[in-house]
Design a protein around this ligand. Sequence first.
Ligand code: HEC
Length: 615
Amino acid sequence: MLHLRHRIIWRARLGTFVAALGATVCGTALLLASPVSRSKASPAQVTFNRDIAPIMFRSCSTCHRPGEAAPFSLLTYTDAKRHARQIAEVTRGRIMPPWLPEPQELKFADEMRLSPAEIDLIQKWVGQGAVEGNPADLPPQPKFVQGWELGEPDMILKAEKPLILPPQGTDTYWNFIFRFPINETQWVKAIEIRPGDKQYVHHANLLVDREETSRRREAQPGAGFGGMEIRIESQVFDPDSHLLFWKPGTAPYPEPEGMALRLDKGTDLVLNTHLQPSGKTEVIQPSIGIYFTPHPATRFPMLLQLENDVKLDIPAGDKDFVVTDTFKLPLDVQLLAIYPHAHYLGKDIQAFATFPDGTGKTLIHIPQWNLNWQAVYRYAEPVTLPRNTVVTMRYVYDNSEDNPLNPNRPPIRVRGGNRSADEMCHLWLQVLPIHFDPEQGDPRRVLQEALARHNIENNPADFEAHYNLAAMLQAKGSVDGAIEEYLSALRLRPDDAVANNALAAALLSQGKPDRAEPYLVAALKARPDYFDAHYNLGNALAAQNDFAGAAEQFRLALQSQSNDANCEANLGSALAEMGRLSEAKTHFERALQIDPHHALAQENLQELQREMKEQ
Ligand code: HEC
């Protein structure tokens, strides 16, 4: 009469974001200036007021104004004149405005590129002595929104404790945790990230942690924790869906209709930031503004993370180290956004799609990678990638002294890894499965399974891939296959608590409590307060008629998580089996307090009351 619960434990790898560069917050930029009026033939005399100001107001002032990331303003003739030579140089070299991708057929939203004609105009203006021109030609100054860009947020969360950034030293990577103070599920249409004071915060990524796993890494609650690339675990299949990214000059992005982000009670948001010392002590205390929507999500995108870090072993001095990876899509998707990621040695970064008919398209090409300007690129229109489209990534690394960003002088051998000194080869694709057939189940599972198999092929020692494949197989009911994959995962990390528990749960579901038991013991050795493992061990022992042992495990489980009706009911059942009827009754009643409709507790309580009357 025991109620056995199998928890499917899902774990995803996530995070892993870096950045650099003088950054900013607040009063983000909604530019209201009129678009550039570009006459075909370049005028004989180029003037600031007529020809240059429109370009600058549109493409430079978002960052080049007080309080923003850039080191000086570009709002007036005097500003521009003072920096004229530099302006000619950085626009000619396409260093400013910072925009890494080459032009391509598939357009990005908010493309920030000057046209060749505009660049010529700037060169000519500077060459002619940077003349001001007729004041009547000057367009109005751009207007920028002060404060929160999308209006007052519905909720503002501030990091509990600031980080004190020392005046000197190397780059700091810090994660701030925002505890989301809600009691019921909310849908979010936008989040504005204000990562802290300009100039020091270079870039930030917001990650969703639904299981409070990041909190365990804090030395004190609210203090946050260090680390460039972070991993978040989840116990249920809830793949990451949104790229919540901040860099200087980007406006917050309201999610399209039907694609709101779900936040539940107990959800934490983890802000992964990259900070650089400024020469004086800085206090960094980020905040986020959250905008809710009453409309729950109806469309569920997913982040596909291609990677091939295992191939990264770059000899010192190698200028052209190539890593590729290809992934064949198992179903039709729309590609919404792309986020390539490498560290300091990345040089030429490319992703392209080869369609089933053999034709192809570039998804992104960054000929001169610079992690300081990494970004999430959203497509102007969703890109349809039919089933069997092959997505290829091809990254070239430069580990020579010619690479100005190479942190090692002289260069040293560099391998793949999570530290900033390691290299990375990642490509995130935000995709939306096109067809949803309830018969087939959640199409994201199909993607996740294909991706896990692909990752195992690339790297048989990929723990997460084995684990995730196991979880997908178990969800499909292929328990034997799942057990095999859990075992592969455990060969790589024998002490992993979650994998041990998951394997045990699979064995329990096959009615093999004796085989499950040692894995549960191992899980609890690794994590003594692990609710699921105590709970499952209680079930494994009860199934072998060790009711005293089972009762002890259910009690321990309830110590780490007190409000669980199943666990109370099972504790009651174990006690009843031992003849401790009045104690058993208390626990059935507690189960019913937590969940008045708990069937097992109801049945058992009735049974118990009959038996107690007979005695
Ligand atoms: C997305 C924000 C952003 C935009 C847009 C932007 N800049 Fe910058 N700019 C910066 C930052 C940050 C720096 C300082 C860090 C650096 O040197 O990379 C900078 C530096 C510069 C410098 C100094 C370079 C040096 O070598 O010291 C010049 C000149 C410049 N920008 C011109 C421009 C011009 C002209 C435009 C428009 C055509 C523009 N920027 C658009 C953020 C921006």
